[in-house]
Design a protein around this ligand. Structure first.
Ligand code: SF4
Ligand code: SF4
Ligand code: SF4
Length: 375
């Protein structure tokens, strides 16, 4: 039986109590819930919650016995161009918007999504339809490809090839496609080993122990983003680039930093993918839009609310990945301890030494006062 797996170390809620991410719960209409900061779900939950697999920005959820990454490559290798829960996926909702875009771009023939046995008007139908709509919208701005939706059962049958058709020699294409994704299989193995170690009980409740802390700190780019990168590399650049409204694109973003930023370092230290980063002295905030999975953790942890979403996303980013510097700070060595700190207004000692100095002064003044009273 297919079971739902959750990798706590990949969930942004494990990284910070300030995370407000609810994408898994929203996609599954309560099958997955957020309790005590982390997602929970009933023992034995399986394919009925697969919408959270496609929804999670960091791929914290997966299904046993089905790897979306492996499906992607197997699908392209075969001659089938129909994605259907009758033949090759447990549910269309395991596919994220990025997977859908990548499938359409990587396939020479149009990819057809079989929505036949999903009930119109249900939450699941809505979730899948919205992802297809977003994928087609993005595809329309960067290519002439589009996903098709099948609503006729007779078409479903005609899209399933006879066995003898299946083995046509598509291997060279696949080799070329896989050239830049050689590390994906290793990542999948490690992920499965960790998932299998998660103990089952009545409700799956997850805790963060010391061994997990290191895993949470690791920067991890989801497989679906590696697939999208590779697919885009093999896609012809459009003649013109467009700017998409921020609210029309759910899986990537562009950002800017306002002056209220005090370089507390939290956002770039906590960003799960490394989209936000800094230099060795922590004097800069760099941002790489194509590494961003729009998990919003950086926004949730920023106390002065200084990091903001750009109102538009430039599609040029898909083809010419750039790292931008969002902020630069005057970083200097503290006169007292010698450590680097951000000198916002020309201060010469770091905040910690400044506090210690103030405390020492206070104690000294008090001691003087007491001495005066005694004499
Ligand atoms: S990161 Fe994934 S698992 Fe964690 S709350 Fe968000 S959607 Fe759910
Ligand atoms: S943007 Fe916010 S979280 Fe990031 S360094 Fe500046 S103040 Fe800190
Ligand atoms: S930049 Fe912010 S929204 Fe993007 S992946 Fe990093 S933490 Fe998430």
């Amino acid at each position: 039986m297919m079971r739902l797996h959750f990798d706590t170390a990949l969930c942004v809620r494990a990284a910070s109590k300030f995370s407000n991410c609810t994408k898994c719960a929203d996609a599954t209409e309560g099958i997955v819930r957020i309790e005590e900061q982390l997602p929970v779900f009933a023992k034995g939950t399986g394919v009925e919650a697969s919408a959270c697999v496609g929804a999670c920005p960091t791929e914290a959820f997966s299904l046993s016995d089905f790897s979306v990454t492996e499906f992607f490559f197997t699908f392209l290798e075969s001659k089938v161009r129909l994605v259907s829960r009758k033949i090759n996926v447990p549910c269309l909702s395991v596919l994220s918007v990025e997977h859908l875009i990548s499938l359409a771009l990587a396939s020479d023939e149009p990819v057809v999504l079989d929505l036949n046995d999903y009930e119109l008007g249900t939450h699941l139908y809505q979730v899948i339809a919205e992802r297809i709509e977003e994928a087609n919208f993005v595809l329309s701005t960067i290519s002439d490809k589009a996903l098709e939706v099948n609503t006729d059962i007779s078409e479903t049958k005609s899209n399933i090839p006879l066995e003898s058709d299946e083995q046509e020699d598509l291997v060279p294409d696949r080799r070329q496609f896989l050239r830049n994704t050689a590390s994906i299989k290793g990542v999948m193995k490690q992920k499965k080993a960790f998932d299998d170690a998660v103990e089952a009980d009545e409700m799956h409740h997850f805790e963060i122990d010391a061994s997990m802390t290191e895993k949470i700190r690791n920067k991890h780019l989801p497989d679906k983003r590696k697939i999208l990168f590779t697919t885009l590399k093999h896609t012809k650049k459009p003649e013109n680039y467009e700017v998409l409204a921020e609210e029309d694109i759910s899986f990537v973003s562009q950002k800017f930093v306002e002056e209220s930023c005090n370089n507390c370092q939290i956002c770039y230290r906590i960003c799960p993918t490394g989209a936000l980063s800094s230099d060795a002295k922590f004097s800069l905030i760099h941002f790489d839009a194509m590494l961003c999975v729009k998990c919003r953790l950086c926004h949730d942890v920023c106390e002065p609310d200084a990091i903001k979403l750009q109102p538009g996303f430039e599609t040029k980013e898909f083809f010419d990945q750039t790292q931008r510097t969002l902020a630069a700070f005057n970083v200097r060595r503290c006169d007292e301890c010698g450590n680097y700190f951000t000198s916002l207004e020309g201060e010469r000692t770091c905040p910690r030494c400044t506090i210690e100095e103030e405390e020492a002064m206070f104690l000294h003044e008090n001691a003087k006062k007491m001495k005066g009273e005694e004499s």
